[in-house]
Design a protein around this ligand. Sequence first.
Ligand SMILES: *Cc1c(COP(=O)(O)O)cnc(C)c1O
Length: 223
Amino acid sequence: MNFKMNIKQRLQQLKSVLPKHVTLVAVSKTKPVDDLMEAYHAGQRIFGENKIQEMAEKYQQMPKDIQWHMIGHVQTNKVKYMAPFVDLIHGVDRLKLLNEINKQAQKHSRCIDCLLQIKIAEEDSKFGMTTNDAENLLKSSAFKDLKNIKIVGVMGMASFTNDTDQIRTEFNTLKSTFDLLKNTEQQMHIVSMGMSGDYPLAIDCGSTMIRVGSHIFGARNYS
Ligand SMILES: *Cc1c(COP(=O)(O)O)cnc(C)c1O
């Protein structure tokens, strides 16, 4: 990243190279509201957070035309805190979680869009379903009963490696999973893949939504 540029300039530079069909989620986890507002004033309206409580606090403080995406692993008992406002949940990886999202969405008379997280990385640490599990879930009657959620696509995270061939293979796997699942769920249109380090490759492999944090906001400090 270019340290001489500010958030607005980095955002504008990134947007100027994105194809029209690719949506940018500005990943703002750990960053202060002032930084998010700088991106907001530069026109950014979609923000991604990975902790529900942090997202809910920022939602309270910020303009209401922002679309909030939950990109992290979701604990079932915390769904209620984001159900009133969340725009898209990226990390859905089990029926039990979908049941809870459906229940909480119903309470607010909403339909919440979700992505199925598919495990594409070789590493064990990454969450996600297999293609097979995802297909079975979409075909199950338990799933068809859920009227307050909509599966609009898939999400995946590639391995943390410099091996671009491996990353390409993993992104290609997610795209083929998307193509396959779309036969069952025709309204699917989102392939969420690509982060600061690999978004050009992800776009090459068919990504329609990238989740970029440090490239816009700078490195995160977790201390
Ligand atoms: C943090 C995070 C990102 C963004 O990572 P950067 O490397 O900072 O762009 C994208 N996706 C998920 C799921 C994340 O947790």
